[in-house]
Design a binder for this molecule. Structure first.
Ligand SMILES: C[S@@+](CC[C@H](N)C(=O)[O-])C[C@H]1O[C@@H](n2cnc3c(N)ncnc32)[C@H](O)[C@@H]1O
Length: 267
């Protein structure tokens, strides 16, 4: 069984609604809200009240469909990594309670696919020794484990949902690999929009975790941090649904990518 390659290959209806092009959105997001509230307010702003209700109703139907045996089985399609490494990073075992929470916050957990993750990291034209790898929206922490196969100075995952964060902590504890090159791995349960970036060279990994408002807040934090402590910063945006937000930053320049991901670096 092969796993789904990216979130855009979720159910077409969810994917369509989840990744509404930025060009279709209205300006003036509410910058003071975070988490589920930010997502809901962003959804209402973009779609109007009735559009938002329709969106949530469709997402709820998808959620119910996901409970059918066939769907549940297909979600196990990403489990090869877990068997190989004796961890639990699949999205198949995420509880209904957490899935409901995800429905409101909008950022559904799906782990990065290993082959693509390594393709992305190997495409970075820098030696990552001395860099900190940060996954904003780290879920059950699969990327943290995969990143530990590279000589990062430190690896940090920031996850909003407590159940996913706890799974990440357990996975870090369980993970064993003869080829592991970084053992400084930390999982933090926090809102990515409020996370203070360390003043080290960075590889910032985003697998479409945030709504537009959230991504803009992260971008402003990043710009401020890079201005205060100039250093190399590489941003990997997997499933780059709101690519143009990063592309519009005067602090960043596009440095690579494919349809599945974008890479930016600071100027
Ligand atoms: C598509 S998953 C990616 C998981 C992981 N980065 C990976 O690639 O395997 C997005 C994750 O972002 C999390 N998330 C959504 N909003 C967040 C926020 N404001 N702060 C931190 N995490 C958030 C979701 O709970 C979800 O686990």
């Amino acid at each position: 069984m092969r796993l789904r390659r990216d979130a855009a290959k979720l159910s077409p209806r969810v994917a369509r609604s989840y990744y509404l092009p930025v060009a279709q959105r209205r300006p003036q997001p509410n910058r003071n809200k975070s988490g589920a509230l930010a997502w809901i307010s962003d959804t209402v702003r973009r779609r109007g009240l009735f559009g938002a209700l329709r969106h949530y109703a469709a997402a709820a139907v998808e959620l119910l469909r996901d409970l059918t045996p066939a769907r549940r089985q297909s979600r196990y399609g990403d489990i090869d990594y877990d068997f190989e490494h004796n961890v639990d990073s699949t999205w198949a075992t995420v509880s209904l309670r957490t899935r409901l929470r995800e429905l409101l916050s909008g950022g559904q957990y799906q782990p990065s696919e290993p082959e693509l993750f390594h393709e992305i990291l190997n495409s970075l034209p820098v030696a990552v020794d001395g860099f900190t790898f940060i996954d904003l929206g780290s879920g059950k922490g699969r990327t943290l484990l995969m990143a530990s196969e590279y000589p990062f100075r430190k690896i940090v995952g920031v996850e909003l949902i407590a159940e996913l964060h706890r799974a990440a902590e357990e996975n870090i504890r369980l993970y064993r690999s003869a080829t592991q090159r970084c053992s400084q791995i930390e999982a933090v349960c926090a809102d990515a929009c409020e996370f203070v970036l360390p003043a080290t060279p960075l590889v910032l990994y985003l697998f479409h975790p945030l709504p537009e408002v959230g991504l803009q807040r992260v971008l402003r934090n990043l710009e401020r941090s890079l201005e205060q402590s100039p250093r190399p910063g590489w941003i990997v945006y997997h499933n780059p649904a709101m690519d143009s937000i990063l592309g519009a930053s005067r602090a960043l320049v596009r440095a690579g990518g494919t349809e599945q991901y974008s890479v930016f670096k600071n100027l």
